[in-house]
Design a binder for this molecule. Structure first.
Ligand SMILES: [Zn+2]
Length: 294
């Protein structure tokens, strides 16, 4: 089913003109805006692969991709959009090997594209503060590659949280903590404070903190189930990842969960919005991209 939708998507955005139109619509929904002087008219220069817009106020030149994950990339826009579609809509195994095959690019290019998209998701997520009803719980991330005596040492604490404020659609986060937190011990005050300061709105009206870490067979909490699904996805798709590099992957998994209520196309446009606005320090709660995408 997913592949049929992908074929439809590829057909719709097979030429660069259709991609340019979509990027233009999402980047400047109310028409061109100069990133330097905020002027609203520009001359379009069409001598390059992508149009260049020269501001008629200050002569600053900008393109649809400048300052975004696609900046200076030689990969055609339709391959970028297709990758975003796959990241947003593909629930199963989606790593650089699969992507390279699906969109006919080298493994290195596919790996770099996925990395840039993940970084954009992580940057955006760090600006979202959970509010409304928020639940927080520690869980244990363990590196499945080394199921040996050293397993215990490969474990690291993460904090899983869920908020039900964004129009009643749950929003999930899974974050490693940099505070001292033994994976199998109760959540420390230090780790709790670090997480709340970085990810939860200070005016949250309903905060539930479960200090006992999620592990073992008796814990059936939704937060534990969610963390388990995220770790499984990492183990199946990437054959396990060290905790030092797993954070963007966890953010990617959460992104898919957080856009699960959207159609694949809507989720893809949300991701494209995130990728387009990457360099703008404007992700405040009031212009949350999850509510912006058309
Ligand atoms: Zn200007």
């Amino acid at each position: 089913m997913m592949e049929d939708e992908l074929v439809l998507f590829q057909r719709q955005y097979s030429d660069e003109a259709a991609c340019i139109e979509l990027l233009h619509r999402l980047k400047w929904p109310a028409g061109f805006r100069c990133p330097r002087c905020d002027h609203n008219s520009a001359y379009t220069i069409n001598t390059r692969r992508l149009p260049l817009y020269e501001c008629s106020g200050c002569k600053h030149q900008t393109s649809l991709t400048s300052g975004t994950v696609m900046d200076k990339s030689k990969t055609p826009l339709n391959k970028w959009l297709c990758t975003m579609y796959l990241v947003a809509a593909c629930k199963k195994r989606m790593n650089a090997v699969t992507l390279a095959e699906l969109i006919s690019v080298s493994y290195k290019t596919a790996w770099s594209m996925l990395g840039k998209i993940r970084r954009a998701i992580s940057d955006m997520d760090c600006t979202i503060l959970l509010s409304g009803k928020v639940e927080v719980k520690p869980a244990i991330y363990s590196l499945k590659l080394y199921q040996t005596v050293e397993k215990q040492q490969a474990e690291r604490a993460v904090i899983v949280a869920r908020s039900t404020s964004l129009a009643d659609v749950p929003y999930y986060k899974i974050k490693f903590t940099s505070s001292k937190q033994e994976p199998r011990k109760l959540l420390t005050q230090e780790a709790e404070e670090e997480f709340l300061a970085a990810h939860v709105n200070e005016n949250v009206n309903n905060l539930v903190i479960h200090r006992r870490p999620a592990f073992g067979l008796v814990d059936h909490s939704p937060l534990k189930q969610f963390a388990k699904a995220a770790f499984n996805w990492i183990n199946v798709s990437f054959y396990g990842l060290p905790s030092s590099s797993a954070q963007p992957y966890l953010d990617e998994f959460c992104f898919r969960q957080n856009t699960k209520h959207m159609s694949p196309l809507h989720a893809m446009e949300t991701l494209l919005n995130i990728c387009l606005k990457q360099d703008q320090a404007m992700y405040q709660q009031q212009n949350n991209p999850y509510q912006q995408a058309v």
